[in-house]
Design a protein around this ligand. Structure first.
Ligand SMILES: Nc1ncnc2c1ncn2[C@@H]1O[C@H](COP(=O)(O)OP(=O)(O)OP(=O)(O)O)[C@@H](O)[C@H]1O
Ligand SMILES: [Mg+2]
Length: 282
């Protein structure tokens, strides 16, 4: 997907101001930025859900705003998990809810069931146990996982997730992130908005930083999350590991320059400094 000079406004002010970016197949991109900077608006626009004032969005080379563009293609190829997905559950059973989005790809009955089963299992459910329950009877975190399963079931080529980690317990969170990484290995592009910089540091290869409706940083995870000074200018802090490393460097405990953004990298540096050798790389 390619976004060119996208401009979106609600009323007088621009919420997105000439935003351009490209998402390649199999990329795992994290989007960070202060609350209100336009992250959700960007995702919604990329999912074709908003009126835009200016700019283009190309999906496999076709402008989604063109009159000739078939919107069903967008629904099939692009999936979006909303910031509060649990509010979107409405069907009588979990099975119907998760299968709802499949209507755009018209699968056979067996295929539909298989997709629903697969998606629910990916989100840690037993299909047989959950399928006939009412979505309303589930806990907050379970609702969230069901809602995410509903998007996964459509097997999008581009999966966009807005703060999907809230409401997942630590184990489920880690499994989910690893699952997403697995999807990128199959060529699915994943774009995830999150305030959880540590999770992004572990899993996203590329990070986009936004401030007041503009993209102000876009680079590898190391480039963006290792640049604590630039991050502070957009109101964010680096990963815990990067902050710790910064402190250790400032106090002369750890030599070198540049900040490790993951715990693994920090641990290796510390081991290296203590033993005078290079730590074991993962
Ligand atoms: N439907 C709307 N009508 C008017 N203004 C809106 C609407 N949706 C969003 N905005 C405004 O657009 C700006 C960007 O909102 P957006 O939801 O994209 O921010 P965000 O980066 O996702 O924030 P958060 O981290 O809190 O989710 C905000 O100032 C918000 O008030
Ligand atoms: Mg938001």
């Amino acid at each position: 997907m390619e976004v060119r000079k996208l401009t979106v406004g609600y009323g007088a002010a621009w919420v997105l101001d000439q935003v351009s970016l490209q998402i390649g197949a199999g990329e795992f991109v994290g989007i960070v930025g202060c609350t209100g900077c336009g992250k959700t608006t960007l995702l919604k626009a990329m999912a074709g859900l908003l009126e835009v004032q200016d700019g283009e969005i190309l999906l496999d080379g076709e402008n989604i705003f063109s009159r000739r563009f078939d919107r069903a293609v967008l629904r099939r190829k692009v999936g979006m998990v909303f910031q509060y997905p649990e509010y979107q559950l409405f069907a009588q059973t979990v099975e119907k809810d998760v299968g709802f989005g499949l209507k755009y790809s018209r699968p056979s009955r067996e295929e539909k069931q298989e997709r629903v089963r697969w998606a629910l299992e990916q989100m840690g459910f037993s299909y047989e146990e959950i399928k006939d329950q009412s979505p309303l009877s589930l806990s907050g975190g379970e609702k969230r996982r069901v809602a995410i399963a509903g998007v996964l079931a459509t097997k999008p080529e581009l999966l966009m997730l807005d703060e999907p980690l809230a409401g997942l317990d630590p184990m489920a969170r880690e499994m989910f992130l690893e699952f997403l990484e697995g999807l990128t290995g199959q060529g699915v592009s994943v774009v995830m908005v999150s305030h959880n910089v540590d999770a992004l540091a572990q899993h996203a290869a590329r990070i986009i930083g936004m401030k007041q409706g503009k993209i102000v940083m876009d680079g590898s995870c190391q480039e963006v999350l290792g640049d604590s000074r630039a991050l502070r200018t957009i109101g964010l802090l680096g990963s815990e590991a990067a902050q710790t490393a910064e402190l250790l460097r400032a106090n002369g405990v750890l030599p070198g320059s540049g900040l490790p953004v993951t715990y693994e990298a920090l641990r290796d540096e510390i081991i290296g400094a203590l033993t005078g050798e290079k730590g074991e790389n993962r």
